[in-house]
Design a protein around this ligand. Structure first.
Ligand SMILES: [Zn+2]
Length: 66
């Protein structure tokens, strides 16, 4: 029974933790290799985890003393 790791960031629900997908275009290069392109998940920007939410409000420091 796996122990839930609370310190790990949540897995991106859009790609389910597999942010990079290799797609074979079908065309072959002169050396015989197939052209493969990799696409990163846009939801998590290729990280596989949901991006950490930043606080919406930024504390404006009024009266900054030099
Ligand atoms: Zn993702």
């Amino acid at each position: 029974m796996p122990t839930p790791n609370l310190s790990s960031p949540p897995i991106c629900p859009d790609c389910d933790g597999f942010p990079v997908v290799a797609i074979t275009t079908g065309t072959r290069q002169p050396n015989g290799q197939r052209t493969t392109i990799t696409v990163d998940c846009r939801a998590c920007n290729g990280t596989g985890t949901t991006p950490a939410r930043r606080p919406v409000r930024l504390s404006v420091s009024a009266g900054v003393s030099c």
